[in-house]
Design a protein around this ligand. Structure first.
Ligand SMILES: Nc1nc2c(c(=O)[nH]1)N[C@H]1C(S)=C(S)[C@@H](COP(=O)(O)O)O[C@H]1N2
Ligand SMILES: [Mo]
Length: 398
């Protein structure tokens, strides 16, 4: 489209300018004397054409930016460096071979997406900047994307979950992220966490599309792998997942930790500022609740009697999962086979070979995290701080 408009405009300008020359040239030639052609008219027309074309150039540039062409080009040009601190090797046995179970690593194309963006922001990494400022910041900083790429990067497997995920719901995913340790940037900016006397207890991240996300400064600086992520499963962040840079804090729901398209970090207090979702009655602080989900069999499945593999995922990020149990109808809780654990920040897959007898049955799952807390049976809604309760699936065995 731009090149078509360009050629048509060019042809029109040529036609007008040529007309200026030809139309004036004829009478002059016939009458003799005067200038050979209408130089003034030609210059005026030519200057107008130049001005219009410059204006079109500016318009084209902004249309280009709006359509994200420059952002797409900037993403294509990103080469992720080798991380200074690679992820720990994933142990064998994280993935039970059961048809229908989640994949331990969620491919980017399948990773859930939750945001308020009607149009996905297309940010040009070349002009992107991140500012860190606010209470207790003694050295205010602004970083470019290149500044972040030049630093020592960490690579970590982290499971992200959404506070609006219903029990048994799909808003959870596990990916391998590459990024800059956020605590380092804060320390270099002079930030001291409140547990060591610092004045700011809330970090507010702002995105290019006006989202605000508030995170406890103590959580970001307590040694966990809070990061500004630049890479996801071996590629630059996909646009829908926050290119060029997003935040991640293991153990916290996305709405209090995982700002996509981040552009600004402000140190403030929970007393002074309520971010977007808090203004809409969600909790100020929201650590992830211990949860588990049955991936297979699906609700209302009709498996044949005999051994039926029941399998799924369990998560309690930053605490870790220690046990998963399955109950058939009102029977006893029976231990499921836990797949190997990657880290305490990742979900853990599990399976349970069930000796299924014919008739209708209800399968229920519960997890126990490393603090010894058993997933509660008390059902709550997702608002204000995440759904609790246990996932059940009803099946009919033929
Ligand atoms: N800019 C921005 N960042 C955001 C959100 C948003 O609406 N806008 N949603 C948050 C929520 S609620 C979650 S659960 C995660 C989801 O990240 P994902 O879409 O990459 O899975 O992003 C968080 N970051
Ligand atoms: Mo979320």
């Amino acid at each position: 489209m731009p090149s078509l408009v360009g050629s048509v405009a060019g042809a029109a300008v040529l036609h007008v300018l040529a007309g200026r020359l030809v139309r004036r040239a004829a009478p002059v030639a016939a009458g003799g004397g005067g200038e050979g052609w209408d130089r003034r008219g030609f210059l005026i027309a030519a200057s107008a054409a130049a001005a219009a074309s410059a204006g079109a150039g500016v318009l084209g540039k902004s249309l280009n930016a709006a359509s994200g062409k420059d952002a797409v080009a900037s993403r294509a040009g990103v080469a992720l460096p080798v991380p200074a601190s690679p992820a720990a090797r994933v142990p064998r046995g994280v993935q039970p071979r059961v048809p229908g179970i989640s994949s331990f690593v969620t491919p980017n194309k399948d990773f859930y997406r939750v945001d308020t963006a009607l149009v996905v922001p297309k940010v040009n990494a070349g002009t992107w900047r991140l500012r860190i400022h606010g209470k207790g910041v003694t050295r205010e900083r602004t970083f470019s994307f290149a500044d972040l790429l030049r630093r020592d990067l960490i690579e970590r497997d982290i499971t992200l979950t959404c506070v609006s995920n219903e029990v048994g719901g799909p808003y959870a995913g596990n990916a391998r992220w590459i990024g800059v340790p956020l605590a380092e940037l804060l320390e270099e900016s002079g930030v001291v966490p409140p547990s060591r006397g610092g004045p700011a207890d809330q970090l507010v991240a702002r995105s290019v599309d006006g989202m605000t996300i508030g995170t406890p400064v103590d959580d970001v600086m307590d040694g966990r792998d809070a990061m500004l992520a630049l890479g996801m499963n071996g590629e630059p962040l996909p646009f829908v997942h926050g290119f060029p840079v997003r935040m991640l804090v293991p153990g916290l729901y996305g709405y209090v930790s995982a700002c996509k398209w981040i552009r600004d970090i402000e140190l403030t207090t929970f007393d002074d500022y309520d971010p977007y979702w808090v203004k809409r009655d969600w909790a100020r602080k929201a650590p992830v609740k211990t949860q588990s989900r049955i991936d297979t069999p699906k609700p209302f499945a009709r498996p044949a009697a005999g051994t039926v593999m029941v399998a799924g995922v369990a998560w309690a990020q930053h605490r870790g999962i220690d046990k998963v149990e399955v109950r058939v109808d009102d029977g006893p809780w029976q231990p499921a086979d836990l797949a190997a654990e990657d880290t305490r920040d990742t979900w853990r897959l599990w399976s349970f070979p069930w000796k299924a007898t014919s008739g209708g049955h209800t399968l229920t799952v519960r997890a126990t995290d490393r603090t010894g807390t058993v997933q509660t049976e008390k059902r709550t809604r997702t608002i204000p701080d995440g759904a609790s309760g246990r996932h059940s699936v009803v099946v009919t065995v033929d």
